[in-house]
Design a protein around this ligand. Structure first.
Ligand code: PMP
Length: 352
């Protein structure tokens, strides 16, 4: 190793799911939405062509159009909304802003695998209390002294959601550290912790446009919480890069917030297909956890998950497989369109 390499910041990066590019594939591996975003957004993008001259200019660094649209929708103040380049950006800024204690931050052993990467990157001590044997979070594990808490609700990759009382119980036991609830999948059947932000000033709720609003490629996420939390996050963000939200992302974000009907229809279709798929999988010998997300976490009674994963790939069907303790016999299957899931089930029958 050369002398100057010793000073590099070393970190094991997060590995995102594969993005293969086959015309005929069925892509069920990264929890994207199988339906297009609101048709209003497609119109907006076309109109953007005519307004392209605007990209000469820096975007509004406070992202006011989008912050205001979200504030109006959630009936909160603009000073309670933070926006970022996907919720990954929002969460990363939140970790850097809030987790500076010597006490460890806490998140489950099985959860979104980016949390430990940020903790390592920012040198935040952390501990990961184990989920119980049914893959549920044990709230008592979060009663001890800590430097912060992160709960994905619904959790990933388990798909299981906990109710509002569960989250409130964790908040009641944690008045001295910031509690982040990552609600990336909340629109598919979860209960949001947003009603608790007035009561608990240390609660930050994080959501995304990537799943239920079908905009993973546009990179828009947001957090809602007490103005003190939001100001602290903005101070950190402006100290790194003021202009994270580009002009088209802001425009499209506003447009998506305004079309609630389309968004709800989309979520309902995905929920119906999820329940259909779960039933079909059960007929084929799979057990799936109780999902409140846009994916199923399923295991087969006799065929190893890894083998099914590899066989599916031969048909250009991509699901997610984690070679990790406790979950290495499970597949995380994103819910596609009804038609895609019918093909998926047919191919599974052949494979099994
Ligand atoms: N939280 C969870 C639990 C996720 O699964 C994801 C998606 N990988 C994210 C946050 C980040 O999504 P995005 O950056 O696209 O908003």
């Amino acid at each position: 190793m050369r002398a100057w390499e010793k000073n590099f910041r070393k970190v094991e990066p997060y590995t995102p799911g594969e993005q293969p590019e086959f015309a005929d594939m069925i892509k069920l591996n990264t929890n994207e939405c199988p339906y297009p975003p609101t048709p209003r957004l497609l119109r907006e993008i076309r109109a953007l062509g005519e307004k392209m001259d605007n990209v000469r200019l820096y975007p509004n660094y406070k992202s006011e159009s989008l912050v205001n649209a979200l504030a109006k929708y959630y009936e909160v103040g603009a000073d309670q909304v933070f926006v970022g380049v996907g919720s990954d950006d929002v969460l990363s800024v939140a970790f850097l802003t809030f987790f500076n204690s010597k006490e460890p931050i806490l998140f489950p052993d099985i959860t979104y695998s980016f949390y430990d990467v940020w903790a390592e990157l920012y040198r935040i001590p952390y501990e990961r209390p184990a989920l119980d044997e049914n893959f549920r979070i044990r709230k008592e594990d979060y009663y001890r002294k800590n430097g912060g808490i992160v709960i994905a609700n619904p959790n990933a990759p388990t798909s299981i959601a906990e109710g509002l009382e569960f989250i409130e119980d964790i908040l009641m036991h944690n008045r001295e550290s910031v509690v982040i609830v990552d609600e990336a999948y909340v629109d598919f059947g979860g209960q949001s912790a947003l009603p608790l932000i007035e009561k608990y000033e240390n609660l930050l709720v994080v959501q995304t446009f990537s799943k239920s609003r079908a905009m993973a490629g546009m990179r828009v996420g947001y957090a809602i919480g007490h103005p003190t939390l939001i100001k602290a996050m903005n101070d950190v963000k402006y100290s790194m890069n003021s202009y994270t939200m580009n002009y088209p992302a802001l425009m499209c974000g506003v447009c998506a917030v305004e079309d609630q009907n389309y968004f709800k229809q989309c979520c309902n279709k995905i929920i119906a297909t999820r329940e259909w798929t779960k039933k079909k999988l059960a007929e084929l010998g799979f057990t799936s956890l109780d999902s409140s997300a846009n994916f199923l976490f399923s295991t087969h009674k006799s065929v190893p998950a890894k083998q099914i994963f590899e066989e599916l790939r031969k048909y250009n069907i991509f699901v997610r497989y984690f070679e990790k303790p406790r979950i290495d016999n499970y597949l995380r299957i994103t819910i596609g369109t009804q038609r895609q899931m019918e093909t998926f089930v047919d191919i599974l029958k052949k494979i099994l």
